[in-house]
Design a protein around this ligand. Structure first.
Ligand code: SF4
Length: 360
């Protein structure tokens, strides 16, 4: 297949659904760990095409959802300091910290600008030399190389007023934490965008160490069904492996240039995942060679609470242990206008997606 409409062709989709049904002889639970997959699965009605013995769970693949309360507290505090500009992707704006969100800070006069690339933040720093421009770096292997390039560009231009507050994370340790936490799975629908950068080989440890299948999937309905078919075959044949369904974008070794930039600017550190706690060696912090651009070095922060609303079950949802409709606040107290937890804020968050497609 070459064009998008082929990946949405009803005949192809029907054949894939029939093929899955025909060989599904046991119970299967697969987890997708990409918010884009969670959204596509609901948007295209994939669960309705599957037999009842195949269950899909959503994992911690939404970057906004796993960003800690502490991080939001830091960036909101910075936004209220005189002379600062926060240049951020739009999906972070409404994420609640322990007291404030960037949205609320903006209503109190903070200068918060929505950008579409970290390089825009560098440009803003360039034309505002008397002000500190802070870019909150969130997301996984997909977005970290872009942040790295922005930091290198700021260094090249000598822009000391450009800073990054990094909460970047990498995906494999979170998947391993979920397996170790005891979530019962037969395999993963692996993230397509992360794999485009990092390559499929980052998942090799999953079949080797834990005997679980992995298929890197694209985002169209035929992609997702084909990936599920591949996973069912792996389980049936008891041959767990890392396979690539999304061959038009993903190679085993990933994008070497992007990885080189990421590794030049960032080093691995422990990281706090909202709802999951600290996961060792799962974060990316700025190397000392680039410390002039590190907001953690430039500003002093008090340690703030990582507590979330005790009724919010985002953590269990991100671990595949609960579904959004099991949350007592879902759709009532917590909704698009009043997101209580991060899973309701982002368009890639499980609760947000669930409310959109299953409002009652
Ligand atoms: S519905 Fe809201 S409060 Fe409940 S788990 Fe989702 S984000 Fe948290």
């Amino acid at each position: 297949m070459k064009y998008i409409d082929e990946y949405r062709n009803p005949e192809i989709i029907k054949k894939l659904a029939e093929a899955i049904k025909k060989i599904s002889s046991a119970s299967y639970t697969f987890m997708e760990v990409c918010g884009g997959h969670t959204a596509a699965i609901q948007r295209f009605g994939i669960p309705a095409l599957l037999p009842e013995n195949i269950r899909l769970l959503s994992g911690p693949g939404c970057p906004v959802c796993v960003t800690s309360t502490d991080f939001i507290d830091k960036i909101t505090k910075l936004s209220l300091e005189p002379g600062t500009i926060i240049a951020t992707f739009g999906d972070l704006i409404r994420v609640p910290g322990s007291e404030l969100s960037l949205d609320k800070c903006r209503s109190e006069g903070a200068d918060i600008r929505i950008i579409f690339s970290p390089l825009e933040a560098v440009s803003i720093a360039s034309v505002n030399p008397s002000r500190k421009v802070i870019f909150p770096g969130i997301g996984f292997e997909t977005t970290a190389p872009g942040t790295a390039v922005a930091i290198k560009k700021a260094k090249e231009k000598g822009l000391r007023n450009f800073k990054v507050l990094s909460a970047h994370k990498i995906m494999p340790p979170a998947m391993e934490a979920i397996i170790r936490d005891g979530t019962r799975l037969n395999g993963f629908i692996c993230p397509g965008h992360v794999s485009t950068i990092a390559g499929s080989k980052i998942f090799n440890f999953i079949p080797e160490k834990y005997g679980l299948g992995c298929v890197v999937s694209g985002f169209e309905p035929a992609d997702i069904l084909q990936s599920i078919l591949m996973l069912v075959k792996q389980v049936n044949n008891n041959l767990p492996a890392v396979e690539i369904e999304y061959r038009r974008a993903v190679k085993p070794d990933g994008n070497e240039t992007a990885l080189r930039n990421m590794q030049e600017v960032f080093e691995i550190c422990d990281s706090w995942w909202r709802g999951l706690g600290i996961i060792p060696a799962s974060g990316l912090r700025i190397r000392k060679e680039y410390r002039d651009f590190d907001a953690e070095e430039a500003f002093t922060f008090e340690t703030s609470s990582t507590d979330e609303n005790p009724l919010c079950i985002c953590g269990n949802i991100l671990r595949g242990l609960a579904t959004p409709s099991e949350c007592p606040l879902f759709g009532k107290v917590c909704n698009n206008d009043n997101p209580v937890g991060a899973c309701m804020v982002s368009a890639e968050g499980s609760c947000n997606i669930h409310l959109k497609y299953h409002p009652s």
